[in-house]
Design a protein around this ligand. Structure first.
Ligand SMILES: [Zn+2]
Length: 599
């Protein structure tokens, strides 16, 4: 846990304009900076960064966040890693909120050791490659230049049972086994990787966490990976991400292929946006990680039975994660081909055409299901619908879901309404949390409560001055205001009161709250607001009067109804008249002061 005070310090210290400018070209426009949104494709800039308020908002796709959020989304880093990276950029050291237990400290130290071991092994394999004409010939034979081999830090594990002894004189060290470099069997120790081309697997920060080894001849197994170790979890990592990051940003596209050689061969042909899963089925972590970086995800699979099975698995994982503005597609290469062989035979242009024409997730899903049922019969069509149902229910992206529903209805000879009746009852609940912020456009309510919320969001210090008891709590904007006021009151005792009120910190504190969407919309709404505290206070007062007027008016309406029915008591009669007078007075005051305030 990183203490809140540190996050406040950090958000005060970094400048979001600097942070974003490292990745996105920004131009000054009024009080804010504008650029092309890196999170959705656009031709005119709607990505807005506020230097005064230290947050960004895209008026195109709705992404919203502070500097920490930007680094997380753009660099696909976890929360802690994003904070660490930002802290490092301004020379701050992230504190541990409590001292590590001896066991944790030992584990951490151990991990540091293991990273060093892996790094050393990689350098050893790289040096061995230079010494091995056989390995060099092999790579040349596959069309790879020295430059690409260096970029992917490719090496060679010599044909030697204890080759690593050359670089680790303490071959008995248990770290070698822990890293998966050495195998211990009945008291004997030997290198896991022998006579193999070595592909280091890097984590997002570029540290070596594992290796993939490929045989040079027809030996078995053709590919051998590091086992799971304290550093390496296959379901979380993809091969080649560090090298592909730039290519993914440039093209907006991430291509997932099956093998290391595919990634490397594609890079050799200047297709720089490919990564590979590491001998495991696609996991949600993989998909989320890549969808954070790319606008479009294309899975490429071999056309054989194993490839088709892996593709179906990737489809199932992607259903809840695909987004309407971030499509997931499937590319099946001709039988017997993989990206490596294909691009060498047909070249970059032809390969990229295949990528462009890849099947959409919905096409692939419905084609597969259709092929399993005979749509010429009523029973076949029912079977098709039954098979489609669980998949349809998993789709979280609303437009995609509707499209699939429509198409499924068409194929089964039903109207969309009929298909909805059959398929939709359980559709409403989202299957998964979306990996990125919700993309549906937010419609601002036209209530005075919304206006009030906007002003308070822009100047959170005002939250403490508002009596929330008069507000209609059934409105979501009122509930958000209440939460904001409570939050501010709880914080204002501490020394960090001022910081707690900052817009960037507000993003931090509310990003996981049920009020996040409306609060962030209110922030975006007041992005250009540069008025004085005095004026803001006046606006808040006016909004409160309007709320009071609305409240009294609904009361007057109820009493008026009673009056018409002749059921009004004497007391109520008095009240009725008094209220009408009060409302008139408030309206007059609002009019005069409103005019004065506008001047
Ligand atoms: Zn956007």
């Amino acid at each position: 846990m990183i203490p809140d005070s540190f996050k406040q310090d950090l958000l005060n210290r970094v400048d979001i304009v600097d942070v974003v400018s490292r990745y996105v070209q920004l131009k000054k426009g009024g009080a804010n900076y504008l650029g092309l949104c890196p999170f959705h494709g656009e031709k005119t800039p709607s990505f807005t960064v506020s230097p005064a308020k230290q947050f960004y908002h895209c008026f195109g796709c709705g992404v919203h966040g502070n500097a920490i959020g930007f680094v997380m989304a753009y660099a696909a880093l976890g929360y802690i890693d994003a904070i660490k990276e930002l802290a490092a950029s301004v020379g701050m050291q992230v504190p541990e909120s409590r001292p590590a237990t001896p066991a944790e400290a030992a584990r951490k130290e151990r991990e540091t050791d293991l990273y060093a071991v892996m790094e050393k092994a990689m350098e050893f394999y790289r040096a061995e490659l230079k010494k091995s004409p056989k390995a060099i010939d092999y790579l040349k034979g596959r069309g790879l230049t020295g430059e690409i081999a260096a970029r992917f830090r490719i090496g060679y594990a010599p044909d030697d049972w204890q080759g690593l002894k050359g670089v680790f004189p303490e071959y008995e060290d248990k770290a070698l086994v822990e890293c998966g470099l050495v195998i211990e069997n009945e008291g004997k120790r030997y290198d896991r990787f022998r006579d193999r081309i070595m592909f280091p697997i890097l984590n997002q920060r570029g540290s070596v966490i594992g290796f993939g080894g490929r045989v040079l001849d027809d030996g078995e197994p053709k590919y051998l990976n590091s086992p799971e170790t304290p550093l390496f979890e296959k379901g979380r990592e993809v091969y080649g991400l560090v090298q592909a990051r730039e290519g993914i940003h440039g093209s907006g596209l991430a291509l997932v292929v099956e093998g290391y050689m595919d990634v490397v061969a594609l890079a050799q042909f200047d297709v720089g946006y490919a990564v590979a899963t590491l001998g495991t089925a696609t996991t949600p972590v993989h998909v989320n990680k890549l969808l954070r970086l790319a606008d479009e995800l294309v899975f490429s699979f071999d056309g054989d039975a194993a490839g088709k099975k892996a593709a179906w698995r990737a489809l199932e994982v992607s259903l809840p994660l695909a987004q309407d503005n971030k499509p997931v597609k499937f590319l099946f290469l001709p039988d017997g081909e993989d990206p490596d062989t294909y691009i060498r035979k047909h070249g970059k242009e032809s390969f990229e055409r295949l990528v462009r024409d890849a099947q959409t997730l919905s096409e692939y899903l419905l084609d597969e299901l259709r092929s399993q049922s005979n749509l010429a019969t009523a029973e076949g069509r029912s079977q098709f619908l039954a098979a489609a149902k669980p998949h349809l229910q998993k789709i979280a992206a609303p437009a995609l879901k509707l499209q699939v529903l429509k198409e499924a209805a068409r194929l089964s000879g039903l109207t969309q309404d009929e298909a909805s009746l059959l398929l939709a009852p359980e559709i409403a609940k989202p299957a998964h949390r979306q990996p990125a912020p919700a993309k549906k456009p937010f419609t601002a309510p036209s209530t005075p409560e919304w206006k009030l919320l906007s002003y308070v969001v822009a100047r959170p210090a005002l939250a403490g001055e508002i009596d929330t008891s008069v507000i209609d709590m059934s409105l979501p904007e009122s509930q958000a205001l209440k939460a904001l006021a409570d939050h501010f009151l709880a914080d204002s005792g501490g020394a960090g009161a001022h910081e707690a009120a900052s817009s960037a910190m507000l993003v931090e504190d509310f990003q996981n709250s049920p009020h996040a969407e409306i609060l962030f919309a209110a922030q975006a709404n007041t992005m250009d607001l540069a008025d004085t505290e005095e004026h803001a206070r006046l606006q808040v007062q006016h909004a409160l009067w309007k709320i009071e007027i609305n409240r009294k008016n609904s009361f007057i309406k109820a009493l008026g109804e009673k009056l018409r029915q002749g059921k009004l008591s004497k007391e109520e009669h008095l009240q009725y008249g008094q209220m009408i007078t009060e409302v008139k007075a408030l309206e007059r005051r609002l009019q005069t002061e409103g005019r004065a305030g506008a001047r």
